[in-house]
Design a protein around this ligand. Structure first.
Ligand code: SF4
Ligand code: SF4
Length: 63
């Protein structure tokens, strides 16, 4: 579990499809989407970014 790695949504690119909300099994997101539990994100997981159709997800901590 990570405070130094969590998704950041580019609101300008996001299509609000909520696929990331449905995909993540760790409760990081709530519909919107909103990142509501960044500490629950798994360090170095890129699952939600890979399934985002708009390439709108990057990660805090990804240098
Ligand atoms: S999967 Fe991508 S486009 Fe869809 S809601 Fe999430 S960030 Fe937005
Ligand atoms: S990176 Fe993985 S754990 Fe973190 S929000 Fe996306 S799917 Fe969930």
């Amino acid at each position: 579990m990570a405070a130094n790695w969590y998704p950041v949504i580019d609101e300008a690119k996001c299509a609000r499809c909520n696929s990331c909300v449905d995909f993540c099994a760790h409760g990081v997101y709530e519909p919107g989407p909103k990142v509501v539990a960044p500490h629950a994100c798994v360090e170095f997981c890129r699952g939600c970014s890979k399934i985002c159709p708009s390439e709108a997800i990057s990660y805090y901590g990804d240098n």
